[in-house]
Design a protein around this ligand. Structure first.
Ligand SMILES: [Zn+2]
Length: 312
């Protein structure tokens, strides 16, 4: 079991908490980009916001996600240490601002952004992300330069650096536009926020996410992957499939407990008061604490998704 309560995990959660609502006010000047070689020609970049995967090779660079706009120069500088070649493509795992914030500066520098079509729709309209309860985060409509130029419904493959880099859509997990990115030659996968290491996950039920979808996405992905694949989570440390399995087990067990309470006609308030998720307290974080996760599960399982109120 990895330390979910490490200072780093909290920092990641705290950064994410402010990611969409108030990142403009956040101070990124102290953020350093840490580069880790994952395998072969795949690197993982950590700074603030979601983890970045980078395929670096003779054809150029493909990155998965791009954190926040003010970090784009630092990300470019970190990549320059590995190669002089340009970032040709960016694949967004989903629409949240801590994964797509760099789209505009990277696009302006000549990169092409690729994403599932719901990512483009939600970036374009803006709206309120949330768990259908106490967590709500405002997203302003994104600028034209931030929008993915190439979209796909189910999957897309980028043939670069001698690898068939494949993005596959998994509907209704963390959001309704999640893609998992496979690097088959290097035996690496980027899970987006369908798998995170900061404790109970944020599930954007207002944007079509659900715990059932997250479980099914991760079970399908596990079935497609070799046992020794290196797993880049949406947030947190480099992982393996056992870590993903432990995460799925937690999602299934906690969902079953909340479903039982729903079947007994307990109200959301009663579930919180009865502390029905007490055995999973170690997953409680500063961003998604136990009560917020009970809300998430309750809203997912009863289909009370709240509204993704669009800006116009
Ligand atoms: Zn997210």
């Amino acid at each position: 079991m990895k330390p979910y309560h490490s200072a780093k995990a909290w920092a990641v959660a705290a950064v994410f908490l402010f990611a969409t609502a108030a990142f403009a006010q956040q101070d990124f000047s102290k953020v350093e980009i840490k580069v880790t070689k994952v395998s072969g020609n795949i690197y993982m970049l950590e700074g603030a916001g979601g983890n970045i995967a980078a395929s670096v090779g003779e054809d150029g660079i493909v990155i998965v996600d791009d954190q926040f706009a003010p970090l784009a120069e630092k990300i470019q500088a970190a990549l320059k240490v590995i190669t002089d070649k340009p970032v040709r493509f960016i694949i967004n795992t989903h629409y949240h601002g801590d994964h797509t914030g760099g789209n505009e500066p990277f696009s302006n520098a000549g990169s092409t952004v690729i994403a599932q079509e719901n990512v483009r729709k939600r970036l374009e309209s803006g709206g309120t992300a949330g768990n259908g309860g106490s967590i709500k985060m405002e997203n302003k409509p994104a600028s034209r330069a931030s929008l993915p130029i190439i979209t796909f419904e189910n999957d897309v493959t980028v043939h670069l650096n001698g690898e068939d880099i494949r993005a596959l859509h998994f509907p209704a997990g963390h959001t309704d536009g999640d893609a998992v990115i496979f690097f088959p030659k290097n035996n690496v996968v980027h899970m987006g926020d369908d798998f995170v290491r900061y404790g109970f996950p944020f599930i954007d039920v207002a944007a079509g996410g659900s715990v059932q979808g997250m479980i099914s996405a991760m079970e399908k992905a596990i079935a497609m992957l070799p046992p020794d694949v290196k797993v880049i989570p949406g947030h947190g440390a480099l992982s393996n499939l056992d870590d993903v399995r432990a995460f799925v087990t937690m999602l299934k067990e906690t969902s079953a407990v909340v479903q039982k309470a729903i079947d007994r006609r307990q109200t959301l308030e009663q579930m919180k008061q009865a502390k029905i998720l007490a055995p999973w307290e170690k997953f409680s974080g500063s961003f998604v604490n136990t009560d917020a996760f009970i809300e998430t599960l309750y809203n997912s399982l009863t289909g009370q998704k709240g509204k993704f109120v669009k800006h116009n």
